[in-house]
Design a protein around this ligand. Sequence first.
Ligand code: AMP
Ligand code: MG
Length: 318
Amino acid sequence: MIMQTTLTDSVEEAAAILNSGGVVAFPTETVYGLGAGICHPEALLRLFRAKGRPADNPLIVHLSSVGQVAEVASSLSLQAEQLIARFFPGPLTLVLKKNPSVPYTVTAGLESVGVRCPANPVAREFLRLACCPVAAPSANRSGLPSATSWEAVMEDLDGKIDCLLRGKPSAIGLESTIVDCSGKRPLLLRAGAITLEQLRAVVPEITTVAVTVQEKRPKCPGLKYPHYAPKATIRLCTAAGNIDGNLSPAAYIGLLEPPQSMKLLKVCRSLEEYGQELFSFFRLCDASGIEVIYCELPSDDGLGRAIRDRLMRAAGLC
Ligand code: AMP
Ligand code: MG
């Protein structure tokens, strides 16, 4: 069904649409989110449909303040409390035992719930005006690169959602770090801008899990689906590696200058810039008819871990 998508700069207008049962995309510091109030069952179903998201992939619940955590989660471990004290608000999602107020549509039937409190001031104001916590996956069609600008949200979801709250491009550009604190040992489920090293400085016992596409019941259900993939083929490389940009319309993104000339080229000055630019570069490549995107694979530490993870998934390697 095609609907009119209201494009607005007004947080009040966007919140009013959400509060009347609408599905509203909004800016955050990680990527744009696609929100529905957890108190609006119909809106939650429409959200899954708009994204083309499988029903067994749970949604992260977004809160305007740390004080709201108790509204959606129960019995926090000491480690969860320490991570909240250090990293909320910010680009960290914690998986916690859910409280009965959170519907199973949001958690995909799980007894746990992903909880995040964004730091972006526009997101915080939008969530403050919302009449209940807001379930929000990334505001892209399932499987495609996440949207890091309002234009990218429109590209994927115009005519499928009620409203887009227009904001600046996402400062981080990669989805939140996810730590599961609902079991005995805290587990890093998804790497993000809050690095494993930063997390371990607060909770040293955090471990990592290897999740593969083949796994039937992965700890983080969303990770079993293909992700972040542009239409172009992704080739992972080191800049000195065997790149042949002349064979087909090719592009390159990385930290080091590639030896060959490319139709599209993005040399980033830092890992932060690499993370910020990655998904918008993928989208630009698709719009420009690029067939192969060479991506430099950074080392597996700090922010490099999150960028590697997105690249490997985009390349279909995990
Ligand atoms: P997205 O919002 O599109 O960035 O995806 C959210 C990710 O969080 C998906 O990979 C979900 O599987 C994961 N997630 C959300 N809630 C939970 C939960 N209760 N337990 C484990 N993973 C979760
Ligand atoms: Mg997503």
